[in-house]
Write a protein that binds this ligand. Structure first.
Ligand code: SAH
Length: 356
């Protein structure tokens, strides 16, 4: 078995220990850390590190292994979807979006997902494994290098449930925020969860200035249970209680994500019920016309319903936005990731009409 270590999985302190274990000077760790976070792929590119140390490093370690397998570029808005292969040949997806204020990366936290949300294309294909902190980071480094431009914002909203991979996500946040590395501010990072209550409480104690997004999608348990099996474990009331604790401890505003599904969760009564549960909270609601995935019968709500829903929330003083859909021609939108991945298994890898 290959026991080499991924240098991207190491914090600076761990790298110092690693070097000490090789009988090397600890201060070299900073140089190595800077190189790999800059995105070099080969240890020999570390020009200020001696040949002897590079040879030693090559025997016991490697730098990431994310390879771009395919890249799709939206003709509508330039959004890029990447399929990356990992060292063990699993495939993950990440998306790069261009906004007025710069590049935002949407990254995956796991290979597959255990949560089984009914409207999400990541469901139904099972869970394979957690991504390591270095594999999560490598998505950012690889997309940034490919784009040739700095990534300023990150949303952990790709495939997987980040709070189900808690330790690696926290380590990733530390790595990506490191001043010797990419130095991306935690305020520019959003983490989206389906609502794992104990982990929300645990996260509040870390007191990080990230934005927590909760995939709520329903105003009550009856509706939410039809959409999200996790609701049988953590009810809406429990989630809202955890969110209140989170906002009180961190003083950070929470975002509630609400996918608008015609005739399922988009009525006036649904809006009133939601408003009554979250009014007065330090929060913001993001309404997302659901992205239709083809073997599920959920349809997008109409604009009239969305406007009415928004109007009701706003009447209760709840700030509400409607999310713009990006990359719709390349299935880069929420819940559509992974789908392409499954279809890819049978597809011709080298051709794509959207390839940029
Ligand atoms: N597991 C995490 C993060 C991944 S999903 C979570 O549940 O939040 C990222 C977001 O996309 C979530 O808000 C999820 O509910 C939403 N989503 C999934 N499928 C969707 C679809 N078909 N249309 C709109 N949003 C979707």
């Amino acid at each position: 078995m290959d026991t080499k270590e991924n240098l991207l999985d190491m914090t600076l302190e761990e790298m110092q220990e690693f070097l000490a274990g090789l009988g090397q000077e600890r201060y070299r760790a900073k140089q190595i850390f800077q190189w790999i976070h800059k995105g070099i792929k080969d240890i020999d590119e570390m020009t200020n590190v001696s040949k002897a140390l590079r040879d030693e490093l090559k025997k016991v370690s490697y730098i990431g292994k994310l390879q771009i397998e395919q890249k799709f570029v939206s003709k509508i808005d330039g959004t890029k979807k990447y399929l990356f292969s990992l060292k063990d040949e699993n495939i993950i997806e990440s998306v790069l979006m261009e906004y007025k204020h710069g590049l935002t990366a949407c990254i995956s936290s796991q290979i597959g997902c255990k949560m089984g949300c009914k409207f999400c294309a990541s469901s139904g294909v099972g869970f394979i494994r957690n991504l390591s902190s270095g594999e999560i980071l490598d998505q950012i480094i690889s997309m940034q290098n490919d784009a040739g431009k700095r990534i300023g914002n990150i949303v952990i909203m790709g495939i997987g449930e980040p709070l189900d991979n808690y330790d690696n996500i926290l380590k990733f946040l530390k790595l990506v925020n490191h001043k010797e590395g990419l130095n991306i501010g935690l305020r520019h990072i959003s983490l989206s969860t389906c609502g794992l209550v104990p982990k929300i409480i645990e996260l509040s104690k870390e007191n990080l200035p990230i934005t927590l997004s909760i995939s709520l999608h329903a105003p009550n348990d009856a509706v939410r249970e039809k959409l999200m099996p996790i609701n049988r474990t953590f009810s809406i009331d429990k989630i809202i209680e955890a969110c209140k604790i989170y906002t009180e401890v961190t003083k950070r505003r929470i975002t509630f994500e609400y996918a608008m599904i015609r005739g399922v969760n988009d009525s006036k009564e649904n809006a009133l019920e939601l408003a009554s549960k979250i009014k007065g909270m330090l929060c913001h609601v993001n309404l997302i016309p659901i992205n239709q995935i083809h073997d599920v019968d959920f349809k997008k709500s109409g604009n009239v319903e969305i406007d009415k829903f928004m109007g009701i929330l706003e009447r209760y003083g709840i700030e509400t936005t409607v999310r713009r859909e990006l990359g719709s021609d390349i299935s880069a939108a929420c819940g559509q990731l992974r789908r392409g991945l499954m279809e890819r298994t049978n597809a011709d890898k080298t051709t794509s009409k959207n390839e940029g």
